[in-house]
Design a protein around this ligand. Structure first.
Ligand code: PSU
Ligand code: MN
Length: 307
């Protein structure tokens, strides 16, 4: 008997009862990654992109102590407008639930929730990673260690250039996380499709990615995969345009003494202001693109498992 306060949305419960594929979505991107009302519009759009592909979306969050696997429409609406929502990672998920709190799940916490609920594929924008200056701050996202231990395939648009991307790739390699660029050799740089860095692995189809996920399970290897899907060309921001913006945002963060959990949300908001919203247009396009790919991977995985 488990007393875990975990509830599925009606849609997710029905899909899983029918053995249909589900794709997990995080909620920190809604509460800490984008401004209202765009955050709500995007959250709905991304869910609809997954449904249009014949797959069921499960947006994760903790609402009044309950781990929600999929949100009802009004819950999503409330969360998108709520203020002071906690940002939950591996370290604080249990504490939030135990005290009846409400929080949004980061990549790490969403992976934990997805795995508990039997969901193998998860779509987001960008993962957390090794921050610039980590040699002094030691600021390394728990997302990287989660990828090493929880068997969920995470589709992201690579890592943001607000991070130290070289060091992020090094940590992923050390932790034994497969990093797979989709359809190109270079590791995508979130708002920009290409970076100077070669991705460790490349795959061109959702089926190959699903097969690799399945093979890791067959080998008994813990951990997931990071699928790095480039932003669609029409909506990318060239890396050269972004470099000075990122440098400025980082300098502002340092000048204001922003630390810990507050760093990523602060940088995202500052870059949004400095690019006059252009960063958000790219962000929306890449999240939707990732959702569509994740749906195809989830379908392929479900076919593989049934055969
Ligand atoms: N990347 C984005 N938007 C976000 C995040 C990353 O484009 O909102 C969030 C994700 O939830 C990610 C978290 O898991 O930031 C990482 O935070 P930290 O660096 O504090 O671990
Ligand atoms: Mn951090």
């Amino acid at each position: 008997m488990t007393s875990l306060p975990m509830i599925r949305s009606a849609e997710v419960a029905a899909a899983q009862a029918a053995g249909k594929p589900v794709v997990a979505l995080e909620s920190t991107i809604i509460t800490h990654g984008m401004p209202y009302p765009q955050n709500l519009e995007v959250a709905r759009q991304v869910e609809d992109d997954i449904r249009a592909a014949g797959v069921t979306p499960a947006t994760m969050a903790v609402l009044e102590g309950k781990l929600c696997i999929g949100l009802e429409a009004e819950q999503l609406e409330t969360l998108a407008q709520a203020r002071g929502v906690a940002k939950l990672s591996r370290a604080d998920l249990a504490a939030c639930m135990a005290t009846g709190g409400t929080g949004a799940t980061t990549v790490a916490a969403t992976m934990i929730a997805a795995h508990l609920a039997g969901i193998a594929v998860f779509a987001t924008g960008g993962i957390g990673g090794v921050h610039r200056g980590a040699e002094n701050s030691f600021d390394i996202s728990a997302d990287l260690m989660e990828l090493a231990q929880t068997p969920v395939t995470v589709v992201a648009a690579g890592a943001k250039a607000i991070l130290d991307v070289d060091k992020t790739l090094e940590v992923l390699e050390t932790q034994g996380v497969p990093v797979i660029a989709v359809g190109q050799d270079s590791f995508p740089a979130f708002w920009s499709a290409e970076s100077q860095l070669k991705a460790p692995l490349r795959m061109d189809t959702a089926l190959d990615i699903a097969r690799a996920h399945h093979m890791r399970a067959e080998l008994g290897l813990p951990g997931g995969q990071l699928v790095a899907n480039p932003v669609p060309a029409a909506d990318e921001i060239p890396a050269a345009d972004l470099a000075p913006v990122i440098a400025r945002a980082q300098a502002d963060a340092d000048a204001h003494g922003i630390r810990g959990k507050a760093v990523t949300p602060y940088l995202l908001q500052r870059i949004f202001e400095l690019t006059e919203g252009r960063s958000l247009v790219a962000n929306i396009a890449l999240v939707r693109n990732n959702a569509r790919l994740a749906a195809r991977i989830a379908q392929a995985l479900s076919t593989i498992r049934q055969s």
